[in-house]
Design a protein around this ligand. Sequence first.
Ligand SMILES: Cc1cc2nc3c(=O)[nH]c(=O)nc-3n(C[C@H](O)[C@H](O)[C@H](O)COP(=O)(O)OP(=O)(O)OC[C@H]3O[C@@H](n4cnc5c(N)ncnc54)[C@H](O)[C@@H]3O)c2cc1C
Length: 200
Amino acid sequence: MTTFDNTLYADGALIVGAGLAGLFTALKLAPRPVTVLSPKPLGTGASSAWAQGGVAAAMGEGDSPHAHAQDTEMAGAGIVDHGTAEGVTAEAVARIEDLARWGTPFDRDDFGNFELGREAAHSANRIVKVEGDRAGWAIMQAIIAQVRRTPSIRVVEGITALSLARENGRVVGVYCRKLGDRYSEPIFVRARATVLAAGG
Ligand SMILES: Cc1cc2nc3c(=O)[nH]c(=O)nc-3n(C[C@H](O)[C@H](O)[C@H](O)COP(=O)(O)OP(=O)(O)OC[C@H]3O[C@@H](n4cnc5c(N)ncnc54)[C@H](O)[C@@H]3O)c2cc1C
């Protein structure tokens, strides 16, 4: 990233947020250059590290992404978008495999298969875990290590985004400020593409 007149130029895409969503996106975009903004040091300030129960994916025998989507819609009682539920559940197994490939030590049985638990409104065993209740922490440790091994990803810590920057109706980056420095002049981070992954 280069600086000019309170403007930083992010090479390639800019990702706002360094939880699982932001870091996963950065890894998926590699080797394209990416800048990730993280207000706190990597691994802190993100709820991803607190997730305990595990991650749901229809990977058990007889299970299917469609059944997973149906359970999700039923549990949502009218507020779940059908297309999103079908899309997310269709991708879930492949994304768990990505996390495993990047070093997440998911719980396995003696044959190396994922151990699948059942939780909440799921009608099948489809929750993958790490040491019982350490999934979020373990996934974040694995993915942070992978990010640090990936030269195309630049992480900028200590900066928080304030608003989107627009030009001619298009998003061209974000206005930011150093974390905790409420009175400093906002910095404009310009980027060709901006991904918001700042949590829910
Ligand atoms: C206690 C707890 C238990 C949970 N258990 C489970 C579970 O068992 N299974 C499950 O699937 N899910 C669980 N969840 C939910 C899950 O953790 C979240 O859905 C997921 O981690 C969200 O990931 P994320 O990357 O979108 O957000 P986060 O991990 O919250 O990351 C957001 C990132 O954006 C940054 N950010 C925020 N605002 C700004 C800003 N203005 N500028 C720049 N950066 C910003 C944050 O600092 C952080 O780096 C749990 C959540 C909690 C809190």
